[in-house]
Design a protein around this ligand. Structure first.
Ligand code: NAP
Length: 240
């Protein structure tokens, strides 16, 4: 058995997805780095020069189910050890100028619908579509980057679109853990912490490097017993 694993990472061109890609490559594994805009991948191109054939950049728009199926056709014969469903949206940017679209009284239902497409339907469609490739992998892991903002018990932010999209994603992870148990596929919902990326416009307190180091450790430790749980990047349990 080879120690080299194959990872599929969505939203790999920036933020947490890019940092996942860097650290996984640095551990000598192979990354299929999925991005929706193949013309906006300067940082991935630099990584390509260093890691050569271990980095394969692929096109994927998770809002477009045909795009998910096209990628699946391309990777038909690839055994994927770990799929990291990272791509996501907080809603229209800049966030603080647009949050009213997610606040009760001024909700923009088109925004809500778009956020659900990206944060919920996309990752679940990825799980349905890539099931066969994950069954073929040695690790058999599906990871879903959620947020504590989706926790009913622990968070009270009033951003209806983003918060409920992550709550619904969490419920989907719990369902998947049950449905995929017999296939020995492990699933995990994770919160990366409040991390400095484009998403939260500079208010955050955590560097991507620390968040991803923590999340990769949790992913490595994931087993059948911890499948279907919701954890922070540092391993703390989060209440649903
Ligand atoms: N940063 C935080 O503090 C924080 C906290 C909790 C949870 N999260 C979660 O962490 C994940 C990554 O966020 P981030 O902080 O790295 O944000 P980011 O810097 O805004 O990156 C988001 C990534 O998702 C991609 N994406 C968005 N919609 C897509 C689509 N339809 N198809 C394919 N890719 C798409 C973006 O691609 P483009 O570059 O093409 O737009 C980008 O690569 C998200 O799921 C987010 O909800 C982040």
């Amino acid at each position: 058995m080879s120690d080299q694993k194959k990872y599929l990472v969505t939203g790999a061109n920036r933020g947490l997805g890019l940092e996942f890609t860097k650290q996984i490559l640095n551990q000598d594994h192979i990354v299929y780095a999925a991005c929706r805009n193949i013309d906006d991948i300067d940082e991935l191109q630099l990584l390509s020069e260093k890691y050569q054939e271990n980095l394969i950049v692929v096109k994927l728009d998770i809002n477009n189910h045909d795009s998910i199926i096209e990628l699946n056709d391309r990777l038909e014969d690839v055994a994927i050890d770990v799929m990291i469903n990272n791509a996501g949206t907080i809603g229209p940017l800049p966030y603080f100028e647009n949050t009213y679209k997610q606040h009760f009284g001024t909700i923009d239902y088109d925004v809500w619908s778009d956020v659900f497409k990206t944060n919920l339907f996309g990752p679940v469609k990825m799980a349905e579509t890539f099931l066969e490739q994950i069954k073929k992998g040695q690790d058999k892991k599906m990871i879903f980057i959620s947020s504590v903002v989706g926790s009913i018990a622990d968070d009270h932010q009033k951003a209806f679109a983003y918060a409920t999209s992550k709550t619904a994603l969490n419920k989907s992870v719990a369902l998947l853990a049950d449905i995929l148990k017999d296939e020995e596929i492990k699933v995990l919902a994770m919160c990366p912490g409040y991390v400095k990326t484009r998403m939260n416009g500079g208010g955050a307190n955590l560097e991507p490097q620390e968040s991803i180091e923590g999340m990769l450790k949790q992913i490595n430790d994931l087993d059948t017993e911890s499948s279907g749980t919701f954890v922070r990047y540092n391993g703390e349990d989060i209440n649903w």
